[in-house]
Design a protein around this ligand. Structure first.
Ligand code: HAM
Length: 416
């Protein structure tokens, strides 16, 4: 029988990788906390309907669905906005608004795997529920920006558009409502020739087509908003004023931003890291309503999700190196006779919250020392018979090579 491999599009995370991921995760949690968001968690699988109601055709094709033993249609979550809003409708609908929550966890999409695109991937996201204002959109975009910065990224841009106005424009031009998504998909990919053919088939005039394209081609710095009149202009100007006040950088206006998910109704935004090439989108979000689909009242929300795996790749492409921490101390008995005494010493260090490891393979001092260096221990504590008689050990600084006899009672203090 051949070796069993992990499923296509999934990854194993080894200790070094995991330590690095936890480091970034902690940084993001900290950002969420500083913005007043609190963590929630929802199941990894849900009733399939939760995702089939409104996610859009792209997501449907990629959905992992199966029947469980009770013949229920179950899906692995492809994203966490719908689950969060379901949870809100089920359990939080009477809470004070706005509700600000964040989440971190894996999502599943049956995609064609490639660098930065997996079948199991991780999102760190947030939803601000119960408010429809430029203020709430600015709040989540500012937090998304701080999260991108928490990865140490410098080369990125935040593209902001407004799907609500774009949809309305397409409908006003005469596109039947059920065809809007098809048109938007072409515009999303900037396939203007195909979009034109499609619109002509629907008997939309050249003039109106030009008008739509002009709108989606409104791209540039915040100053391009001065050419955008009416409500969209006012709204986006307000958002960008607030973002500037909060010190958010790298903002671009791009009224052609169309998201892959269908539930958005207002502002939409994407953060791109150009170093990533094809899969350059490291974060996406916008405002939407979903609660009424899940049996609740209509509540406006806004949020985003950072593609955690991609953001790490982008950080590394920009040259960032995570220095692994490893253990602080390696305790090393010089012989089997000293093992019990050494165990007492290592227990003392651990109680004092000092990450400590102990030689348990009975190796000679020189060999064990090499192992301690390899795992990155800052200190070794050598436990020999002579020192033990005086309730002491030999403390060696692995960086400077300095060593001295230290009383066990003073060891913790000495290391700290
Ligand atoms: P999304 O754009 O579909 O939005 O996903 C968010 C991010 O997840 C993407 O920008 C990308 O970085 C990452 N991502 C998506 N698919 C994959 C994959 N196969 N492999 C690796 N990374 C991937 C949402 O999911 C919305 N729920 C975001 C949101 C929250 N909107 C409002 N609130």
């Amino acid at each position: 029988m051949g070796m069993i491999q992990r499923p296509r599009g999934t990854r194993d995370f080894l200790p070094d990788e995991m330590e690095k991921r936890r480091y970034y995760e902690a940084a993001l949690r900290n950002v969420a906390k500083t913005f007043g968001f609190r963590e929630v968690a929802t199941p990894i699988f849900e009733e399939a309907e939760l995702f089939t109601l409104k996610s859009g055709s792209n997501v449907l094709e990629e959905l992992y669905v199966f029947k469980d033993k009770g013949n229920r249609e179950i899906a692995l979550r492809p994203e966490m906005t719908a689950p969060t809003i379901r949870m809100f409708v089920n359990e939080m609908s009477s809470e004070l608004r706005p509700i600000k929550v964040f989440y971190f966890g894996q999502c599943f999409r049956y995609e064609r795997p490639q660098s930065g695109r997996y079948r199991e991937f991780f999102q760190f996201g947030a939803e601000l529920i119960g408010s429809l204002d430029a203020e709430s959109d600015a709040e989540v975009i500012a937090m998304a920006s701080s999260m991108i910065k928490a990865f140490g990224l410098k080369n990125y841009r935040i593209r902001i558009g407004h799907i609500g106005i774009l949809k309305q424009k397409v409908i006003d031009a005469g596109v039947p409502e059920e065809c809007v998504v098809r048109v938007l998909q072409k515009l999303d990919k900037k396939l203007y020739d195909e979009a034109r053919l499609l619109l002509l088939e629907m008997n939309i005039s050249e003039e109106k087509i030009r008008d739509i394209f002009e709108f989606t081609e409104t791209v540039g710095g915040v100053d391009v908003l001065s050419y955008v009149s009416g409500k969209t202009g006012d709204y986006l100007r307000r958002v960008s004023d607030l973002l500037l006040a909060m010190g958010v950088e790298n903002i671009m206006i791009d009224l052609g931003v169309v998201r892959g998910l269908d539930y958005y109704t207002g502002i939409v935004f994407e953060v791109e890291a150009p170093t990533l090439g094809a899969e350059k989108q490291v974060c996406g979000g916008g405002s939407y309503t979903l609660s009424e689909l899940f049996g609740g009242e209509r509540v406006f929300s806004t949020g985003f999700a950072v593609g955690f795996d991609r953001a790490i790749i982008a950080a590394e492409k920009e040259g960032q190196v995570y220095e692994k921490k490893g253990v602080k101390v390696y305790v090393l008995p010089t012989s089997k006779d000293m093992q019990v005494y050494a165990s007492r010493v290592v227990a003392k260090l651990r109680v004092a919250n000092i990450a400590s490891d102990i030689e348990i393979m009975g190796r000679k001092v020189s060999k064990a020392m090499r192992y301690a260096a390899a795992i990155g221990a800052e200190y070794t504590v050598i436990v020999g018979a002579k020192e033990a008689q005086q309730d002491s050990v030999m403390l060696r600084n692995m960086v400077s090579g300095e060593q001295k006899v230290v009383e066990v009672n003073n060891l913790v203090e000495e290391i700290q």
